[in-house]
Design a protein around this ligand. Structure first.
Ligand code: OMP
Length: 235
């Protein structure tokens, strides 16, 4: 079973539950540590993942003034993780400061430089919310593209986008720009709060480098079987 393109989020509230999930799915090589687990349990999970030679996506979605995001990125890069997130809407000065701080932090700790990637527009939002709640007048795909281009212009390694926009971002930002897609749903899974989803094979075909797939696997009665079914569908 080839799981190389799949990142599974550890969206649980305790270290014990996270370790149980990792040990239940030994074939998963890339795990995401997000706000719920990091806020509840701190960085110990990163040590646990490294001991098991896993790749780590530290998804803390930084969004603050330049000095603060730079400090957070400098500290995060010291953990020796592979991917780190920031919201593109933090703006140009913050994105540039964050990218510089990633390099400084990794170098200071003698760690490889993590890829800093920017959230373009959360996959839980739809075009109506963008227009009428956030009052953004650009059409949704164009807005996501602008955010990705802003990140690229600031020297970031890539972006997080919905699979529905990934084809356009791939065409415009090029093959070297890392594109990570959450909001991925096999046809048999519940959409939940994800509003701009595609199936795993559609998302990969459209140009995603990685798919973040959580609840269709982790909330399933049999996570191993769910993962296997997804891998079969994309192979
Ligand atoms: O940065 C992310 O990973 C992210 C960005 C985004 O726009 N949408 C999104 O769902 N995510 C994350 O991707 C995961 C999706 O989980 P499921 O909806 O359970 O597949 C969650 O951990 C979210 O925090």
């Amino acid at each position: 079973m080839n799981t190389d393109k799949i990142i599974v989020p550890l969206d649980v509230s305790s270290l014990e539950d996270a370790i149980a999930l990792i040990d239940q799915l030994p074939q998963v090589s890339f795990w995401k540590v997000g706000l719920e687990l990091f806020v509840s349990s701190g960085p110990e999970i990163l040590t646990q993942l490294k001991q098991r030679q896993k790749l780590i996506f530290l998804d803390l979605k930084f969004h603050d003034i330049p000095n603060t995001v730079a400090g957070a990125c400098r500290s995060a890069a010291k953990y020796g993780v592979d991917l780190i997130t920031i919201h593109a809407t933090a703006g140009k000065v913050a994105l540039k400061a964050a990218q510089n701080a990633i390099i400084e932090g990794a170098n200071a700790a003698n760690q490889p430089i993590p890829n800093l990637i920017a959230i373009t527009l959360l996959t839980s939002l739809n075009y109506r919310e963008l227009a009428f709640d956030l009052n953004i007048t650009l059409k949704l795909p164009e807005y996501a593209l602008k955010m990705a281009l802003l990140a690229q212009d600031c020297g970031l390694a890539g972006a997080v986008c919905s699979p529905q926009e990934v084809e356009q971002l791939r065409q415009t930002c090029g093959d070297d720009f890392l594109l990570v897609c959450p909001g991925v749903r096999p046809s048999w899974a519940e959409k939940g709060d994800q509003q701009r989803s595609f199936t795993p094979s559609q998302a990969l075909k459209a140009g995603a480098d990685y798919l973040v797939i959580g609840r269709p696997i982790t909330a399933s009665e049999d996570p191993r079987a769910a993962l296997q079914r997804i891998c079969q569908e994309i192979s």
